[in-house]
Design a protein around this ligand. Structure first.
Ligand code: ADP
Ligand code: MG
Length: 610
């Protein structure tokens, strides 16, 4: 056995590097975090060959004083904390003092730095962890770090790196999130001599978002503002129609730090209730500000994880924040197929392809096979909702330079204004026995009677649930199931009773149904109810989130008035006023639109009055 001894510095650094420097993106991460900690307002990142050959990070931050430059490369050398007490309230991104020595132990590093109070920069070259060159250099205040030939002296890690294109993607993903985390900093990412990303650094999250994901998406985003005792949340979420096939567009920052947290993502999705199509994910950028003593950021040096002291509170708050944002926002799709830019200066030319009839009939014809309550089809472009709230209006100035001008009167009314008008509206009548037409001061509204009723019943079922408002049936119904179905029903008798379905076995696979939820009690028909019960227990059997909400949506769908059914005027009016009292009158529990607006401006334009 060898004698016990302290490892030489270069060996210790290499071991630390194994933790901190996983791949080029982790070098980018560490260097950019140092720039941010140094108070930089501009950060330029250049990579070549996915960062495997060359990484440069240049900032206009504080710089490092001449006599401290070498110290920065010593293990556990940091200017960010001085004692263990500082650890609990650390707000800087770095604090371990490991990044620079770790990077320098497995690459060739060049650093040029100048503080504002000197007029000369100093340059250091470190190869294999040893200072190679040192001397004065010309340059502006700030710091440039260049990392070449990453892992040249650690063959195992060199082999472990992926193709340049993949490493480049990791770097870009990281810079994207840093840019969203710090909209006040102007980021510029250059990959193989091509500009990949550039944010303005105007401090406005939406303009940073727009410069990354494009302004058409940015203008659809719905602002989130939420304050509570434990957390304050701000940012943007997409309307339910704008979704992605994975979670990579859900960006969450805790005290300015990008985190990848399944809990928070689940809470965001839960905030959409059931409005998201299955296996689709929203686009979200949320900043959470939490008392630093209530989160542990010390989990892993390279990973984007946090640990919350009160996880379930955090889940609840994020869910409520997203829900409030969606409810407060007018999600009504508007029929605006005219190009805004063209409409303002040129009169529209009449052609068969842009007739109102063509656009309208094509998209809203009721389905022949009665009601299908599945996930919504993607909405055609002209039916995409336009979100608007107060906050959005404050953003008007910013938005103006991001998009073609939008006249004040073209901004859709706020959700509350829509509800207010709806609550006392006199319907003009039904169209195709399916859509209720309302003449509003904002234009023509068309309301899908089935979907509207579905939303009313859905919220009613959920609100009643705990008190389990059941309606006893005058004559109990006898329902017979297949053996598999009966087995599933048998296991869920209690859950079903809680929802208002009181059932008992009648021997074999037959059951007696004595009550239904009030919402489903209108015209009990055996086949329909049996089908509904099977749907609910099968869904419970599959498991997954939102079981209560999904069951409520199923009940609502079954019980809601069908398309194609003539309704008396009083019934139409009742439907509208009940709809006005729902939390979200714009989308059914599955995300289908309830109302569509043909704005006044659109009507005027179509008739050549605009
Ligand atoms: P840590 O960030 O954990 O303190 P690092 O090894 O990343 O450790 O950096 C060591 C020290 O070098 C930092 O504490 C900071 O004082 C200084 N430093 C590193 N990069 C920069 C930079 N871009 N601008 C100014 N100072 C820097
Ligand atoms: Mg650092």
């Amino acid at each position: 056995m060898r004698a016990i001894q302290v490892l030489p510095t270069d060996v210790a650094n290499k071991i630390a590097a194994g933790e901190v420097v996983e791949r080029p993106a982790s070098v980018v991460k560490e260097l950019v975090e140092n720039s941010i900690d140094a108070g930089a307002r501009q950060i330029e990142i250049e990579i070549r060959e996915g960062g495997k050959e060359f990484i440069r990070v240049t900032d206009n931050g504080s710089g490092i004083r001449r006599h401290e430059l070498k110290t920065a490369f010593l293990r556990h050398a940091t200017s960010k904390i001085a004692s263990a007490d500082d650890l609990v309230r650390v707000l800087s991104l770095g604090f371990r003092g490991e990044a620079l020595p770790s990077i320098a132990s497995c690459s060739e590093v060049e650093i040029i730095s100048r503080t504002a109070d000197t007029n000369e920069a100093i340059r250091l070259k470190i190869v294999g962890g040893r200072v190679d060159e040192e001397g004065p250099w010309a340059g502006p205040p700030g710091t440039t770090v260049i990392v070449r030939r990453l892992f040249y002296n650690t063959p195992a890690r060199l082999k472990f790196m992926k193709q340049a294109a993949t490493e480049k993607r990791y770097c870009a993903e990281y810079v994207t999130h840093m840019a969203l985390a710090h909209p006040g900093i102007a980021f510029h990412l250059i990959g193989d001599n091509t500009s990949m990303l550039r944010t303005p650094g105007s401090s406005d999250l939406l303009s940073a978002f727009g410069s990354i994901y494009g302004s058409p998406l940015a203008r659809k985003m719905i602002p989130v503002e939420w304050e509570s005792a434990v957390v304050s949340i701000s940012g943007y979420v997409s309307p339910p129609e704008e979704t992605k096939s994975n979670r990579s567009y859900e960006s969450v920052f805790v005290n300015g730090r990008w985190v990848q947290d399944r809990l928070i993502c689940a809470a965001i999705e839960k905030g959409y209730e059931n409005m998201l199509p299955t296996r689709r994910f929203p686009i979200a950028v949320l900043h959470l500000e939490v008392d630093p003593t209530l989160v542990d950021v010390n989990v892993h040096p390279a990973k984007t994880q946090v640990r919350f002291r009160h996880e379930s509170d955090m889940f609840r708050e994020v869910m409520l924040a997203v829900r409030a944002a969606l409810h407060g926002s007018n999600l009504m799709p508007r029929l605006t197929p005219t190009k805004r830019a063209a409409s303002s200066d040129k009169p529209r030319t009449w052609s068969p392809t842009n007739t109102l009839e063509a656009d309208f009939v094509k998209e809203t014809e009721p389905s022949r096979d009665g009601e299908s309550c599945g996930t919504p089809q993607a909405l055609p472009a002209e039916f995409k909702p336009i979100a608007d709230t107060h906050a959005d209006r404050d953003k008007q100035e910013l938005l103006d330079h991001m998009r073609s001008p939008l006249a004040e009167e073209e901004i859709p009314p706020e959700a509350e204004a829509v509800k207010r008008y709806l609550s006392q509206a006199s319907p003009m009548g039904q169209i195709l026995n399916t859509f209720i037409a309302v003449s509003s001061p904002y234009g023509l509204w068309l309301i899908d009677q089935h979907v509207a009723h579905e939303r009313i019943l859905y919220e009613s079922v959920l609100a009643r649930h705990r008190r389990s408002a059941a309606q006893m049936l005058l004559s109990p119904l006898t329902l017979t199931f297949s053996p598999t179905e009966a087995a599933m029903i048998e296991r869920r008798l209690r859950d079903l009773a809680e929802m208002g379905f009181a059932m008992e076995s009648f021997g074999g696979t037959t059951y007696i149904l004595r009550s239904t939820p009030i919402e489903a009690s209108d015209k009990p028909d055996e086949a329909g109810l049996a089908e509904l019960l099977v749907e609910i227990v099968s869904m419970w059997h599959e498991g997954g989130d939102g079981r209560r909400e999904k069951a409520a949506a199923m009940i609502a769908c079954k019980a809601a008035v069908k398309a194609g059914k003539p309704l008396e005027t009083v019934a139409q009016r009742a439907l509208l006023s009940q709809l006005a009292r729902t939390a979200n009158p714009f989308a059914c529990p599955h995300g289908r639109p309830i109302m569509i607006a043909i704005d006044r401006q659109e009507l005027e334009r179509r008739f050549g009055r605009g």
